[in-house]
Each structure stands twice: as C-alpha cells, then as structure tokens.
Design a protein around this ligand. Structure first.
Ligand code: NAP
Length: 359
C-alpha cells in the first residue's frame, strides 16, 4: 500500500514537533516538512532528518507558485504556524488547491470558542477556514483544548519553574469552570489517527484528554507537592476590563502583532474562564465531533501523571529554545497581575519570526 505523503509546516515548533513525533510512530506516512531556509539547521529539524523526514526548504511567504511546487505530490498538509502567522496560510491553501492536495489541516489546535468577536486569535483562524471552504479544499479542523503544559500554577518552592514558561497563578472567577485539557505530546498521536480517518473529512474534531476546573488543578498540585498554593482569584469584571484595555491598545495601524499578544491572551481568559466555552458540551453544540467518540481506544496521557512528572523533575519544558527579547520586556513590563500571562506572551526567539522583530 502506498504511503500517505504529509507536508507538515512548523515542525520545529511546539505543536508541529508533537505532530512530527505522532506521525513518525506510523510507517504509513511519508513525512515532509516545509521549513524556512534559515531554520533548516535547527536541532529539531536535523533530528527529524535523521529519522527519515524529508525537508523542503521554503518560506510560507514565498510566491504561490513556489508553494504549489513544494506541495506537488503531497496528499495531506498539516499547518502549525504561530499565532501571528495565521494569514500566511491563505496562499498556502491556494497552492494546496492547485497542487491537488486531498486534505488540508489548517492551524487550529486551540481551545473551543465561537467565531465572531470573542477571540481575535479564533477569528484569525476562522478567516483561514472560510477561505478553505470557498476554495472547496477538503479539510479537517482540529481543536485540542488547553495544553496541560500551560495550565498549572507555580509552586513557591520553585520546583516546577524548569518546566513552565511562567507561572499561571490566576484563577478566573470562582475557579469552577470546566476546562478541556490535552497533553501537548498527545496532539500528534491524535493527528495521526485523524489524517487517515475519512469519517471526519470536512468536519471539526475536538481532541481532548480530560476536563478539569482550575480549582481541581490547584487541588491536585497541592496533593502531589504537599505545598499550599495561594488562590489568586481574578473577577469577571477584572478580566473584562483587561480584555477591553488590550483590545484598545491593539487597535494600531500598521498592524503590530506584538500588541495583539496581550489581547489574545486576555481573550482566552474571557472565553474559557468567564464564558466557559472550552468544554466538550459546547464543542458538541458548535458541531465538533469528539475524539472520545471517534477513538474510544485512545489512551491519553493523564493530567495527574503529567503533573507528577513535572513535580518529580522529569517533564520536558516548553518553548525552552526561546528567549524573551529585551525590547519586549520593556514594552510589557511584568507585574503581579499580568504575571500569569506574560510567559505565554513572549515564548519566541528573537530570531524566529515576526513577533520578535528587533525594535
Ligand atoms: N491550545 C493551547 O493551549 C495552545 C498553546 C499554544 C499554542 N497554541 C496554538 O498552536 C499553534 C501553534 O503554536 P506553537 O506555539 O506550537 O507554534 P510555535 O512553537 O511558535 O511554532 C511555529 C512554527 O511555525 C513556523 N513558521 C512560522 N512562520 C513561518 C513561515 N513564514 N514559513 C514557514 N514556517 C513558518 C515556525 O518556523 P521557524 O522554526 O522557522 O521559526 C515554527 O516552527 C498556534 O497557532 C496557537 O494558536 C495552542
């Protein structure tokens, strides 16, 4: 049987790295990675090359003709670009259509939220989804809830600091809102199943591991660590004001992706924390097919298992290859109230792309 030729975009990134690993577990995929020429020597890419992955040096910002050439003979495209690069998928989708790609997986991989003014980041992705539908390009949209790796607070002992981008100490509202969570490492294992599954062609899939509230996350970490964790509740009103301020300050011309980072992170809190969008019931209402129904035999990594490994010092950190630029630190100085968001604002290298253009 011939192998499915998959083109992965963003393989050196966090989501893309998970997907590369998940696909490599299945010999029926021939894996190609579209990599910016300047990133071709990144250790993550060299490691994939050693495992037989075919590297195609090309930038998403290349011409559509070049992208079409890169996608010639490819069956499935999986895109995992960063938050500020979503619109770069428009020419990619055009090229995929022309190249005869059989399925396009756009960069979803976020929490469940409705389109239309709740989350800028969701709407950026929805613009791409709409374009794909206008092209009549076969697709599957995959959302995954919130990464385990971003969901837990800091311990005062500092024992978890090695694994976190920064502390996530804020509890939104009363902390009892159910949140769907997925281990970053499981994303690729879900994608490997989804790519070969014709039941979900032209559908949305919600692939998630567990549903927990923030209070349950804090309780579990206290149980594992034996340490007391301060409960820093932020009210709905506080989050609403944060969203408003972030929206106002991001309305700049020309477009400045950096100003959108506080906005989309505040809007995450609005969506999953206040509105309670990120859960399986709402996903079902929005029309997602659940991974629990599709793959009842899938054994996800448990949240307790993950958190225990973080406490034991054996977990792998995320965004560890990134540095926070001095310019960004000056633009968004840390404060107690913004602390939990800051690490997720700035997880990029100065060299990696547009978010960290030097100023
Ligand atoms: N659910 C959650 O909790 C959660 C958490 C974080 C992110 N996400 C979502 O996951 C998605 C991926 O985020 P991430 O943090 O995993 O990404 P990431 O680590 O920042 O990686 C992005 C990748 O895209 C590549 N890329 C960017 N521009 C490119 C271009 N012009 N040409 C070719 N490649 C390009 C980068 O290549 P280089 O190697 O060349 O830089 C990098 O490998 C985001 O859209 C975000 O919405 C979800």
């Amino acid at each position: 049987m011939s192998r499915t030729r998959v083109m992965l975009i963003g393989a050196a990134g966090e989501t893309g790295g998970s997907i590369a690993s998940g696909l490599l577990e299945h010999p029926n995929f021939e894996i190609h990675c579209l990599v910016r020429p300047r990133s071709a020597q990144k250790p993550a890419i060299l490691a994939l090359q050693d495992k037989g992955v075919i590297i195609c040096k090309c930038d998403l910002k290349s011409s559509e003709e070049e992208l079409e050439h890169a996608l010639s003979g490819i069956d499935v495209v999986v895109s995992c670009v960063g938050s500020s690069e979503q619109q770069d998928q428009i020419p990619l989708a055009n090229a995929a259509k022309k190249a005869g790609v059989k399925r396009f997986i756009p960069c979803g991989f976020i929490t469940v939220a409705p389109p239309g003014g709740i989350m800028w980041l969701r709407d950026e992705k929805e613009t791409v989804y709409n374009h794909i539908k206008q092209l009549r390009l076969p697709y599957t949209i995959i959302d995954i809830g919130w990464w385990y790796q971003l969901s837990y607070p800091r311990l005062e002992s500092g024992k978890l600091d090695y694994a976190m981008t920064t502390a996530n100490n804020e509890i939104v509202g009363d902390g009892n809102t159910p949140l769907a969570l997925t281990d970053l490492r499981d994303i690729g294992r879900y994608v490997a199943r989804i790519l070969s599954d014709d039941r979900i062609l032209n559908k949305m899939v919600f692939a998630y591991n567990e549903v927990l509230t923030q209070n349950q996350i804090f309780d579990l970490l206290e149980e594992i660590s034996g340490e007391e964790i301060p409960r820093n509740h932020v009210s709905d009103e506080f989050v609403q004001n944060r969203v408003l301020a972030a929206r106002q300050s991001s309305e700049t011309y020309p477009f400045d992706p950096v100003k959108f980072i506080p906005r989309y992170l505040a809007e995450y809190q609005l969506s999953w924390g206040i509105r309670g969008d990120n859960n399986p019931e709402y996903a079902k209402y929005l029309g997602y097919v659940s991974s629990k129904d599709l793959y009842p035999d899938f054994a996800p990594i448990g949240f307790k298992e993950y958190l225990t490994s973080v406490f034991n010092g054996t977990a792998t950190g995320i965004y560890t290859d990134r540095t926070i630029s001095k310019a960004q630190q000056r633009m968004f100085p840390r404060s107690e109230s913004t602390d939990s968001l800051q690490g997720r604002f700035f997880p990029r290298t100065e060299s990696s792309d547009s978010l960290y253009m030097s100023r």
